[in-house]
Design a protein around this ligand. Structure first.
Ligand SMILES: Nc1nc2c(ncn2[C@@H]2O[C@H](COP(=O)(O)OP(=O)(O)O)[C@@H](O)[C@H]2O)c(=O)[nH]1
Ligand SMILES: [Mg+2]
Length: 452
């Protein structure tokens, strides 16, 4: 193993816990392991040992369990030493200090993952998946991050790259023979191939919407007239009293944001100001905000007092509601004077409800889960987390492919077509990670935590 500086960090969060974990990676690890634990025989890789951690001065710091990994069979692909000590930040801090005194360097944020990437242990989409997995807040998000970590995205892109390479090779064979045209059946096959790749790209770009669902939670806006029971509904869904419920209309003037987990989804619930002709300036501001929020919301829960006629909604909101994003909640059925509703909009479902007694809550939850499920692709293994970086590269990829397609159609020179397709290849390379782009790697890995 060549001489790689050895980095070290505490990999668990600061604070009291049963166990804390430190990690070191680099060429010094084997030697560190032998000298810290005063081993007579070298530690076997991937075996855990119980030992006394003695500092370089010979002080006993803690009773620990440690494990040595030998390159390339480790997370980073380098020799790695993991040390599990008691979960006292003071102890973990002393051990880290000692590792630094023995010649290790404090790891930068994300440096372990960066080394894993540079050593070919994972592509960039997998390195990003590590972070996604740490931050995932619902079953669905964990599943998507896991798919990506196992290389699902890389594999899809790899297939795309292979197809492109084959096409480019076939086309470039004609560059040296300018007098010959591409045979029509070959041209047709290339055009079909590129069209398929463009569709694939579009699907991925579209799926960035689901990625936002998974990361930030599905934005669900609670709408309705003042006093319809919006804040009571929020409290019911949360299972505790978060919003002030009042007989006095117009109590919720700003909006409240809370997160819940329903089924395998993470949901952002937004309770808004009631929609009506506002009397005060503050209330008008609240309504203006509601209209603004409606532009970005994914799902709408329209709450109505079932004893009152359906309200007239502001045009900009009414336009956003449809059968794939809106559930109507006919509230206050406990009062027993429900009118039959008349709608001008198509909605996904209507649920009879009482925010007072909780009647209809289970039905509402199931309807909400089913509605959100219907927004996801049915093929669960397809779930990946397209992020802004991927999106930019996918847009570039699509542009290059569309350029090649247009040139095929106008029978441009094959050199020009091949050059567009090489651009497409570069865009794929950018997603999986080109090692030469230091600046991009700096930005990407610096968002990771220390010790990861
Ligand atoms: N009887 C009955 N009263 C309700 C129900 N939901 C809400 N209320 C009452 O209606 C009033 C307005 O409720 P609130 O949640 O503040 O409505 P918001 O203005 O839409 O947020 C309060 O007095 C609630 O107690 C319900 O299902 N049944
Ligand atoms: Mg309210």
């Amino acid at each position: 193993m060549e001489n790689i500086d050895t980095i070290a960090a505490v990999s668990t969060p600061k604070g009291e816990s049963a166990i804390a974990m430190l990690r070191a990676s680099g060429s010094q690890c084997g030697e560190l392991c032998d000298s810290i634990f005063r081993r007579k025989r070298p530690a076997l890789p991937r075996q855990s040992y119980h030992g006394s951690y003695r500092s370089i001065e010979g002080d006993l710091l803690d009773d620990v369990v440690y494990c040595l990994y030998r390159e390339p069979k480790s997370f980073t692909g380098e020799d790695t030493l993991e040390i599990m000590c008691h979960g006292n930040p003071l102890i973990a801090g002393k051990i880290l200090e000692d590792l630094l005194a023995r010649g290790c360097r404090q790891a930068e944020p994300g440096e372990f993952s960066r080394r894993a990437f540079l050593n070919g242990r994972m592509d960039l989409t997998q390195a990003e998946a590590v972070m996604e997995l740490i931050q995932a807040r619902s079953d669905k998000a964990i599943q998507a991050a896991n798919n990506q970590l196992r290389g699902a995205f890389g594999r899809q892109l790899g297939e795309l790259k292979d197809k492109l390479l084959r096409s480019i090779a076939a086309i470039e064979a004609y560059i040296d023979f300018p007098e010959e045209d591409l045979p029509p059946e070959q041209k047709k096959a290339h055009v079909n191939g590129i069209q398929e790749l463009i569709q694939f790209c579009s699907r991925l770009i579209d799926s960035s919407k689901y990625a936002a669902f998974l990361r930030d939670g599905v934005k669900t806006l609670i709408l309705g007239e003042p006093n319809a029971g919006k804040s009571s509904l929020l409290n019911q869904l949360l299972g505790f009293e978060r919003a002030i419920v009042s007989e006095e209309p117009g109590t919720t003037r700003d909006f409240l944001r809370e997160r819940i987990i329903l089924g395998s989804h993470s949901i952002q619930l937004l309770d808004t100001a009631g929609l009506r002709e506002a009397k005060s300036g503050i209330e008008r501001e609240g309504i203006r905000r509601t209209i603004e929020l409606a532009e970005e919301a994914d799902i709408f829960l329209l709450v109505e007092d079932s004893a009152l006629p359906s309200p007239k909604l502001p045009e900009s909101i009414a336009q956003r509601l449809n059968s794939s994003n809106c559930i109507v909640i006919r509230n206050k059925v406990d009062l027993g004077n429900a009118l039959s509703a008349v709608y001008t909009i198509d909605v996904y479902r209507e649920v009879a409800f009482s925010a007072l007694t909780g009647e209809g809550l289970d039905e509402l939850k199931s309807a909400l889960i089913a509605l959100i499920d219907s927004h996801f692709s049915s093929d669960e293994d397809d779930l990946i987390l397209v992020n802004a970086r991927h999106n930019a590269a996918l847009a570039e990829l699509k542009d290059c492919l569309s350029g090649a397609l247009a040139k095929f159609e106008t029978d441009d020179a094959v050199e020009l077509i091949a050059s567009d397709m090489r651009g497409a290849l570069d865009a794929i390379g950018a997603i999986l990670g080109r090692i030469d782009n230091e600046a991009m790697l700096d930005v990407l890995f610096s968002s990771f935590c220390i010790g990861k």
